[in-house]
Design a binder for this molecule. Structure first.
Ligand code: FAD
Length: 291
């Protein structure tokens, strides 16, 4: 922290991206600080000479719906997502994730934008948003104005702690289609029910029309260097009817998803254990779907 020379608290997105442009890449952004400050204290990250606290930018803290698209501002807290009636009605998978996220205290400070930009393979917020096929808005200051490019979330993560958000950009929102007819489930497995990093996590989203599943999307956490989609498994379930989801079919899908992933072994779980847990959590979800 001793190398900080300037501390800024912009109150608008325009002010913040202009500051970033002036800093020419030599800046660190602070949102809720629940990842960043721990990483700095542990010596895993250093703060640049320009420290920009973006938490006071009110325009990035709203949850809105326009033309059937739900937009969540990057500075929206996990508590606000958990309590949003709109999210409960249109994207319950995200409410369920917020329920399983950290503790009340952390949820009050932690932002959804910080969760995505921290790019942990185990970041819980990434999983439902991948399953909802979300896009992110990345804003910068160009030719005297705010420019925002859209990028599919599935293309956003590069590796652990690394994303496609450039040093002159702020992630300003995440957006996805409202899904009133959709079904979604989130399951997270850790050594204890709260305040634990996921050993594995899984999100499932699909449209269910006339008992047929379409637009099947499965997202997985902590089984690779980034949060990821299980495309092969999705294809096998796509266009299946509920009658097709027999115990034999579900067993075969469990094997397919285990073959599709290559998790690492670490102190929290072996590769074998992670594959087993992903298979079993998918089985649990498919049994919910059938009910
Ligand atoms: C006790 C504890 C429990 C936790 N439990 C969980 C859990 O259950 N699940 C989980 O997923 N996480 C958990 N976390 C991690 C953390 O709370 C989340 O990842 C949180 O969402 C991070 O958001 P933040 O606003 O605090 O980010 P910050 O710490 O402020 O920022 C994180 C990183 O993203 C960058 N950044 C932030 N916002 C933006 C933006 N808008 N644009 C560009 N870059 C940005 C920052 O520069 C920084 O590098 C836990 C943390 C703690 C301390």
């Amino acid at each position: 922290m001793e190398n900080i020379e300037q501390y800024y608290t912009p109150s608008t997105l325009a002010e913040a991206v202009q500051l970033l442009a002036n800093c020419e890449g030599n800046a660190t952004l602070l949102a809720g600080g629940t990842d960043l400050m721990n990483q700095v204290n542990a010596g895993a990250k250093t703060i640049a000479t320009n420290f920009i606290n973006i938490k006071r930018i009110k325009e990035l803290s709203d949850i809105t719906i326009t033309d059937n698209k739900i937009r969540i501002g990057a500075l929206t807290s996990i508590t606000a997502i958990q309590q949003s009636e709109l999210i409960k009605e249109q994207a319950s998978i995200l409410s369920d994730t917020a329920d399983a996220f950290a503790s009340g205290q952390i949820r009050n400070s932690a932002t959804i934008g910080g969760n995505l930009c921290n790019a942990s393979p185990a970041g819980d917020g990434c999983i439902p948003l991948l399953a909802l096929d979300a896009v992110v808005g990345l804003s910068s200051f160009e030719n005297g104005e705010v420019k925002t490019r859209l990028l599919a979330l599935k293309d956003f993560f590069v590796g652990p702690g690394s994303t496609q958000c450039h040093t002159n950009e702020i992630l300003s929102f995440v957006e996805f289609d409202a899904k009133p007819e959709g079904i979604g489930f989130f399951e997270k497995f850790g050594t204890r029910p709260a305040l634990d990093i996921s050993i594995v996590s899984i999100g499932f989203h699909a449209s269910k029309n006339n008992k047929t599943l379409s637009n099947v999307r499965i997202a997985l956490g902590a089984v690779g260097p980034t949060p990821l989609r299980a495309y092969e498994t999705e294809k096998v379930i796509e266009n299946k009817t509920l009658n097709d989801l027999t115990p034999e079919f579900i067993t075969s899908v469990e094997e397919i998803i285990a073959q599709e992933i290559s998790p690492i072994s670490d102190v929290r779980g072996s590769d074998w254990y992670r594959k087993e847990m992903v298979s079993k959590l998918l089985k649990r979800i498919l049994n919910y779907v059938v009910r």
